[in-house]
Ligand binder design. Structure first.
Ligand code: FE
Ligand code: FE
Length: 211
């Protein structure tokens, strides 16, 4: 199969080689389960990008590397954030589940040379979400919640929504995350609340425009 690559246009060949490079790197650096999750997110992201008209190459790469920050421990992430002088809010600094996203994005640029701002932004926002997410941000956020390996009550409903209504699926995903955070007594990031409110406001606006 490898020999077939030479018949592809140089640009496509280069993309495939870069994808393989990052995929193998993640396989080496991440525990097996997390690597499988990353592959699942990349596949889900490519399919969402195809459905909703985003760049599939960026979706794949962002999916593969989105959990790069998880290569590091909580204390390593905190000291990297300090070294790099990342301006992170208190809740992100206190909650390791959130910290791996913005620090991971900074490290992707610094250590792996990924310069694409769309990819870095989607990675940085994949845990909290944001009230002003673009198409790729939403795709990575959602792919992380619905990739094939995810098993939790309600996931099939979100997967179903993701087949036809991107914002509706993101809304269901952020609401499910908020429920889970409250149930576990964890810190809730205000950006997740803003994301939910902005989607609800948009939904209400769309409905009144239709009347
Ligand atoms: Fe993550
Ligand atoms: Fe993830």
């Amino acid at each position: 199969m490898k020999g077939e690559l030479i018949y592809l246009p140089a640009e496509v060949r280069c993309d495939l080689l870069m994808d393989n490079y990052y995929r193998e790197l993640m396989q080496e650096k991440l525990p097996a389960g997390l690597y499988r999750h990353s592959l699942g997110v990349a596949e889900a992201a490519v399919s969402l990008a195809g459905r909703f008209g985003a760049d599939q190459k960026k979706a794949y790469l962002a999916g593969i590397v989105h959990d790069f920050g998880k290569c590091y421990s909580k204390s390593e992430l905190r000291s990297k954030a300090e070294e790099l002088d990342l301006q992170l809010d208190r809740i992100t600094l206190l909650e390791p589940r959130l910290l791996h996203a913005p620090v991971g994005a900074a490290l992707l640029q610094l250590e792996l040379g990924i310069e694409d701002g769309d990819i870095l932004r989607a990675v940085a926002l994949h845990t909290t979400g944001h009230s002003d997410m673009n198409l790729l941000d939403k795709i990575i956020y959602l792919a992380d919640c619905i990739e094939d390996g995810r098993r939790y009550p309600g996931v099939d409903r979100i997967r179903d929504l993701a087949r036809r209504d991107l914002d509706g699926a993101v809304l269901a995903a952020v609401e499910r995350t908020i429920y889970a955070v409250l149930r576990r007594g964890m810190l809730l990031h205000p950006q997740s609340v803003s994301l939910r409110n902005s989607l609800l406001e948009k939904q209400a606006g769309d409905q009144s425009a239709r009347l």
